[in-house]
Design a protein around this ligand. Structure first.
Ligand SMILES: NC(=O)c1ccc[n+]([C@@H]2O[C@H](COP(=O)([O-])OP(=O)(O)OC[C@H]3O[C@@H](n4cnc5c(N)ncnc54)[C@H](OP(=O)(O)O)[C@@H]3O)[C@@H](O)[C@H]2O)c1
Length: 327
């Protein structure tokens, strides 16, 4: 099969090589002897792959390896007990190995692809939408009727968080950096969109009648203190990522003074050792997709041999929605 490997840790341009490899067996490192083999139609592109080309991601497999954590495609073979069968359209989280014509995922990380979603959308379903559900609902305790502010609202996690929040019955405010991204955030379901270089904290307080209930933050950096200030009493800032570059520090007196919380949301760290939790979030995401709330926005598509270009789009802050490789 054709696959892309990371062969050195020299950044996206020189680290990736298109190679011929044997197809994987129906056995995954997370579930030896069991797995779902998928004919890949689309593979997701995310920050971990970019960081892996530089050796900067926490998971550091031996070189060379095939990157890519999620796929959508058609089941070819199943070993073990699974909710899917050969011929089914699926979305699957394989952790590594997605950037290939054939990939293998654990049975419990493989889900039927909702009929309304195409393969490219399916390749954007698990990482971003499971994280969005985990951040909004599990960790942020977002409830019907509450208001959520989403940073990086035109990005992969951001668009997912907007759609999940609408599905949970929340009012949504997106924060973005450009006019083009404002359009994307609106398409994803933002009721209001604010600019990150404007007075978004005061605007959010005004729009929400005194403060938002939840902030979902995949960006971090300088704006973190204003995120805390934008909360109403009892509000929660949910820490999801640091695309803005720096990891913020919190003066905890701010939490005491206004009775607010800062909550971490590390989806992978939580679910990868808990198949039941993984499935439960997946079932909720499927339910929201069936109900029409979840429709992943595919911002750019590349063929398998142009993975480096796909990573540059992420690196240069040009990405909207999900970037996929189509096979
Ligand atoms: N905690 C978890 O379990 C979990 C799971 C999945 C992903 N993540 C993390 O969440 C973060 C977001 O992932 P994503 O897939 O949504 O990324 P993305 O699609 O690239 O979106 C990130 C957004 O961050 C904003 N941003 C601000 N400063 C930036 C900069 N210097 N470079 C790039 N973007 C910048 C951009 O929005 P504006 O231009 O509008 O500001 C961009 O749209 C990543 O750090 C990822 O590793 C965490």
């Amino acid at each position: 099969m054709r696959a892309v490997q990371i062969t050195s840790l020299t950044g996206p341009d020189s680290a990736l090589e298109l190679v011929d490899l044997p197809e994987p067996e129906p056995s995954h490192m997370m579930s030896p002897g069991e797995g779902v083999v998928v004919e890949v139609r689309a593979a997701g592109v995310s920050f971990p792959e970019l960081l892996q080309t530089r050796g900067e991601y926490q998971m550091k497999p031996d070189l060379p390896f095939v990157p890519g954590s999620e796929v959508a495609g058609v089941v070819r073979e199943v070993a073990g007990e699974a909710s899917v069968a050969p011929g089914d359209r699926v979305a699957a989280f394989c952790m590594l190995g997605a950037w290939a014509e054939v990939a293998v995922a654990p049975t419990w990380m493989t889900f039927s692809l909702p009929a309304a979603l195409d393969f490219a959308q399916g390749a954007g379903l698990i990482l971003n939408y499971h994280t969005a559900y985990f951040a909004c609902r599990t960790r942020g305790r977002l409830a019907e009727g509450e208001t959520v502010l989403v940073h990086g609202a035109a990005g992969g996690v951001g668009t997912a968080a907007l759609q999940v929040a609408k599905g949970l019955g929340a009012r949504t405010i997106g924060v973005v950096s450009t006019g083009e991204k404002e359009q994307v955030a609106r398409e994803a379901g933002a009721d209001e969109v604010l600019r990150s270089d404007g007075p978004w904290k005061d605007q959010a307080k005004e729009l929400s009648g005194g403060g938002v209930d939840v902030v979902v933050d995949p960006v971090g950096g300088d704006r973190f203190t204003d995120s805390i200030r934008s909360l109403r009493e009892g509000g929660r800032v949910v820490v999801v990522g640091f695309t803005g570059g720096s990891i913020p520090e919190v003066r905890v007196n701010r939490l005491l003074l206004n009775n607010v919380e800062v909550v971490g949301a590390g989806w992978g760290a939580f679910v990868l050792s808990k198949p039941e939790a993984f499935r439960a979030i997946g079932d909720e995401v499927s339910r929201l997709a069936e109900a029409g709330f979840i429709r992943p926005i595919v911002g750019a598509r590349f063929p398998l041999d142009r993975g480096a270009e796909a990573l540059h789009v992420l690196d240069e802050r040009r990405a909207t929605g999900k970037i996929v490789l189509e096979l």
